[in-house]
Design a protein around this ligand. Structure first.
Ligand code: GLN
Length: 485
């Protein structure tokens, strides 16, 4: 096995035991990028200047010491271009680091590059990137999921050891499912959003994409915790996670909602997730039916709230202070209009228009106001369910990865990819996707485990128990195999 294929915990052991150096690890990652990234197109920017990567040292200590990571291109990196997948920010070089970057650096991690994404994190396929589509390492004709498709593909193709993504409606978990890796959205408020370029501020969270559950726990421990720079970050202490992953499954009650195994669910996904549930049950977990009757309202609620918040957050891109400015205008008003017309892609413009409409006088109560009420109903549906069960298990995505171009002309079909993931954002609770099966076509299938607010530990324990019994997390995408040492 070449070094770039290692997990964080195995790489950290190797470095600690002097089996290899962090420099050798980084070189193996760079060789893999050189070998496959022209095809996969997971990265927008790869850092080659050693002065820009953090200090390399093999000193023992933190579990991320010397670990090469990919970071989604909507997380601000000081001195390193951060495009958010948009022409609008094509040349934007942040003068400061996001808090998660500061924390990763404090833990000794090395930034390999910035990963491709749907523009402003709006999308489920990474095809809305202004620069390039990313391809799924399992099948190059298919999407890697989105919007953190670059991060998921980079992990699956072993072009980094682990990565960060952001999740507003599923953008970590859905690409993780498509690419056969682990992806976790923490509880809203668990991880600082300072320096994350805002899409929908009441839904956005940063989280890890990794090769296994232990690595997700390591990354979460490194980035979680209160940050005075983000007023929505919680002061609730972060428990010990990595050392607490073993848990007796007979203490766990698993909720299984019928509404998530309904019409529109691909039969391979249904069979795969149900078989995975049996694995947990055979370890002693107790299954229990739960009903989540508000499920059908999820998509409409999400796409009203997310677009409303986006229309307000994206108002700042007007060509005045930073970002793209059109050269085609005679006066100020024309400059605003041309800048936004030329700088934003079609999907982003669609979302801004939808959101502006939902917030406009005369429609506010009927759309945005109603969506807020529905959001509260969805949240309370889960609160009731979590009084009876410890976790809720569902598919992550209704189908395996679809083909490039298959849904680009049909936004509603694209939006339906998020049907199982958006509730965790609307409700604010944590959720993880882990690889749990393969489709008949050889594509990864993800199982989603949702948990109570600030109880990331329990869902990681359930995911870890599943991983102990199975080897789905060890399967490798064909393109990731190489002979580099
Ligand atoms: N696919 C969803 C959207 O387009 C979710 C995106 C995300 O989580 N950032 O809004």
């Amino acid at each position: 096995m070449s070094l770039n294929q290692l997990t964080i915990h195995d790489a950290a052991d190797g470095i600690a035991n002097a089996a290899f150096s962090s420099q050798e690890l980084l070189e193996a990652v760079h060789r893999q990028i050189a070998r496959v990234d022209d095809t996969v197109q997971a990265y927008h920017t790869v850092l080659t200047d050693p002065a820009k990567t953090s200090v390399l040292s093999d000193k023992a200590g933190s579990l991320l010491q010397g670990i090469p990571l990919g970071v989604k291109d909507n997380i601000c990196t000081e001195g390193v271009v951060t495009t958010c997948g948009s022409k609008m920010l094509e040349n934007f070089v942040p003068p400061y680091n996001a808090t998660v970057m500061t924390r990763l650096e404090e833990h000794g991690a090395v930034l390999v590059g910035k990963t491709n994404m749907d523009e402003f994190a709006m999308g489920s396929s990474t095809e809305h990137s202004a620069f390039q589509p990313t391809r799924n390492p399992w099948d190059l004709g298919r999407i890697p999921g989105g919007s953190s498709g670059g991060s998921a593909a980079a992990v699956a193709a072993h072009e980094c050891i682990a990565a960060l993504g952001s999740d507003t409606g599923g953008s970590i978990r859905q690409p993780a499912a498509c690419c056969g890796v682990v992806g976790m959205k923490p509880t809203y408020g668990r991880v600082s959003r300072y320096g994350l370029i805002a899409y929908a501020s009441s839904l956005d969270q940063i989280g890890p994409l990794t090769k296994d559950v232990t690595d997700a726990a390591i990354m979460l421990e490194a980035i979680a915790g209160h940050d005075p720079k983000d007023s929505t970050s919680a002061t609730i202490p972060v428990p010990t996670i990595v050392k607490a992953l073993h848990r007796d499954m007979s203490e766990i009650r698993i909720g299984i909602p019928d509404e998530y195994f309904a019409e529109g669910l691909d039969s391979d996904v249904n069979d795969g997730v149900r078989a995975a549930l049996q694995v947990l049950i055979s370890r002693g977990a107790k299954p229990q039916a739960v009903s989540l009757l508000t499920t059908p309202y999820g998509i409409a609620t999400y796409y009203l709230i997310a677009t409303a918040e986006a229309s307000s957050n994206l108002a700042r891109y007007d060509g005045v202070k930073y970002g793209y400015r059109s050269s085609q205008s005679q006066d100020l008003l024309e400059m605003y209009c041309q800048t936004r017309k030329e700088g934003f892609g079609r999907e982003t413009q669609r979302r801004i228009m939808l959101g502006t409409y939902a917030l406009s006088a005369g429609y506010y109560d009927a759309y945005y106001g109603k969506a807020q009420q529905a959001r509260e109903m969805i949240r309370s549906d889960f609160e009731t369910a979590f009084q009876e069960v410890d976790v809720i298990v569902t598919p992550t995505m209704p189908t395996p990865a679809f083909r490039l171009g298959e849904k680009t002309d049909d936004p509603v079909q694209m939006y339906l990819s998020d049907i199982y993931t958006i509730s965790a954002n609307l409700g604010g609770f944590p959720a993880i996707s882990i690889p749990c099966a393969m489709s008949r076509d050889g594509l990864p299938i993800g199982m989603q485990i949702m948990g109570r607010w600030f109880d990331e530990l329990t869902l990681l324990q359930v995911a870890f128990a599943f991983e102990q019994e199975t080897d789905w997390h060890l399967k490798r995408a064909p393109i990731s195999e190489d002979s580099n040492g």
